[in-house]
Each structure stands twice: as C-alpha cells, then as structure tokens.
Design a protein around this ligand. Sequence first.
Ligand code: NAD
Length: 392
Amino acid sequence: LKVPNKATIGYIEGDGIGPDITKAMINTVNASIEVAYSGERSIEWEKIMAGEEAFEKTGEHLPKDSLKQIEKCVVSIKGPLTTPIGQGFRSLNVTLRQQFDLYANVRPVKYFPGVPSPVVHPENMNMVVFRENTEDLYSGIEWKYDSEGAKKVREFLSQQFGISLTDDTGIGIKPISKFKSQRLVRKAIEFAIANRRRSVTLMHKGNIMKYTEGAFKDWGYEIAKNEFGQQTVTEDEYLQNPDAMGDRIVIKDRIADNMFQQALTRTAEYDVIAAPNLNGDYISDALAAQVGGIGIAPGANIGDVYAIFEAVHGTAPKYAGMDVANPTSLILSATMLLRHIGWTEAADILDNAVTACYKDQKVTQDLARILNIRALKCSEFGDEIIKRMKKE
Ligand code: NAD
C-alpha cells in the first residue's frame, strides 16, 4: 500500500460511547506519529457520517456520500454503530463488509500484564483469529417456519431428496465456497509468514458438516500446499522431524469444540487461527474474554483493496457521553491500521504506551471495578498513554 506522508484516513465516530473513544484514539494516534516521525508524517482525519448522527441529518444511517468517502479514503476506522431494530434492517456493519468486500475479520488476542484475566497463564495468549466475513450462516438465506419460502423449500427437499421436515421448521442455508475459503486462508498464511508466526490452525466442524466446514479445511490445506509449499509444513510432517523445519509455518486443523478447550488448556500451541464465519465469531469473543474482554480487543475488516479498522464492542449506550468508556479496543485497532499503512514505528510506540499504562495499573472503570482501584476517565486514560510514549 503506497501512503503519502500526509495520509488521509476516514473515521466514523459511531454511536453511544463512539465519540468519546474516537477522541481518545485520534489524540493518541496523532501523538504517536509525532513522536515517531517528528512532524515528517501526519494523518489528515476525514470525518465520515454514519449511524444515528447520519440518520438525524440525512434520514439515512449509511448515506451514499459516506460510502463514497470510504471508497476514496481506502483505509478507515470506525467506532461502534447501533444496529437499528426493525423488520428487514441489515446491520450497518454487515452492509459495510459486503459493500467493500472486507472478507477477512482479523482479531488479535494478546495479553497485557496488569489486566485481570480468568485464565492461569494469560501470558501465553497471543493469537490472531482470521474469520471469514462474507458467507456461511451469515449470508441471510433463511426462511421463517410459516413463510411461503420455507414451505417451498420443505416441499422441494421432500420431493427431490425424500427429506421430510415438519411444518414448524425454520430453514437456514450455510454456503461455504472454495474461492472465499481460500482467499481467507491465504490472508492468514500471508500474515503468519510476514509476522514470523509459528502456525496456522484451520478451525472447523468438518466431522459433522463435511461439504461446508470439512471442505473449508481441505481447501485450506490445498492452498497451503499449492501456494506456500516452500514456507509451510503440515503438522504430521512437522512432528516427524521438528528440528528440520526451520521457520516454516505449521498448518494444522482442529475441530471447533476441541479448539475451544485447547485454546484454554494448551494455549501456547495456538497462534494464527483461520475459521469460517460462525466459528470465527464465537472463538474471537471467547478468546478476547480471556485477556480482559471486548473493551480491550481490537479488530479489522480487510479485503484486497479496502480496510476498515474497528472497535469490536458495541455502543455501550448507558455510558454514552460520560467520558468513562475504555478506548483501548479502538486505540489498538488504530495500531493495526498504522501497521497496515506501513507506519510500524508509530504503531510500536502506541502499542508500548498502552502496555505501559496497564502495567502501571492506569485503567478505566470497566477494569478498575474488578481491580478495586481508582478509575480514570476515558480522556485521562488517553493522556496517560501519551505520557508514556517514547521513541525506541
Ligand atoms: P456492548 O458491547 O455495547 O456492551 C456489552 C457490555 O460491555 C455492556 O455492559 C457495556 O457497557 C460494556 N462495554 C462495551 N464496550 C465497552 C467499553 N469500551 N468500555 C467499557 N464498557 C464497555 O454490546 P450490546 O449491549 O450487546 O450492544 C449495544 C449496541 O451496540 C447495539 O445497538 C448493538 O447492535 C451495537 N453493537 C455494535 C457493534 C459494532 O458496531 N461493531 C458490535 C456489537 C454491538
């Protein structure tokens, strides 16, 4: 990605706590760039309207002009958006993912010493989940049990395949394709190679869903062999001769339920995880909970052209406008953004300053409550991060 020294980045503040955490994010990112490049580089932040603010001003939650801005900026960052409740309303997040073909949801899970965690050795937790973002049960192909559609599908199944479903049965379809599975696994392996990670685990329920999740696993191994043959080995090959493998990436697979328990009991054995949509959704939040919860976990939605970095939590409406929310999720998403555009020096400075804050027990109310210490306001937490920035 070619980025000028004055980079234009789009930002969506989001609803609820969005404006508070966005302010802290922009201040800390600007400070990290200043420390890293002493004025030689900077970000021009372009505000993009979406969510409740956009609805009030334009009557639309995601106006066409905002989509054009996202297209122009190429790289953007967003706070959480309220999903309006009502018949037939698509989540704005799902709309953005589909509109810009952001097919990989990337969720790093890393422990910060000082953060309360329910696991015994949280320091072993250093994984990155690549979740397929565009198909699987999220495709929205489903019918209510008493709809005409469900009736027709049941009739079709009965006539064509002799499968009989009772008339109180709702139906959903789980499409998983070779192209979309392989582009996701390719991204996960490329990331593993670029970041010198040890393994990529394909997480699936292929023992039960052979032609969807099982196929995801097979297609994953296939692409590892065909496109990354020199840089990867299978787990079997590795176990036969671990010393001869150098820094090649081990490709393995785990059945989803086993993956959940092994991620906790044998944490150090897992690194990059590639999963179809639903598995990826579950495992990324479950892992985040082990290292301090969704207030801390960052995320990104990445395609071949566009990328939108985001806080993974929701709008926490009860804290809206109170300057008390934890901005860490959005700030760490911004460090992913900085790495994405190649500004790794600023990303390292920001990452290290966040780590130093947690080590010094400077925390917002969500964690202060658990640690029984004084809580910082969202803006104060941002200031503490800035105080701890230093050039390596
Ligand atoms: P939520 O993430 O807003 O809240 C869950 C719990 O975590 C609440 O107790 C909340 O107070 C707390 N919390 C979340 N983020 C926090 C932070 N940064 N600091 C401190 N505490 C934090 O989830 P929800 O209540 O299920 O959803 C609320 C709204 O957010 C809904 O409209 C939902 O559609 C939307 N949502 C949006 C996104 C997104 O835009 N990516 C994701 C999830 C939910």
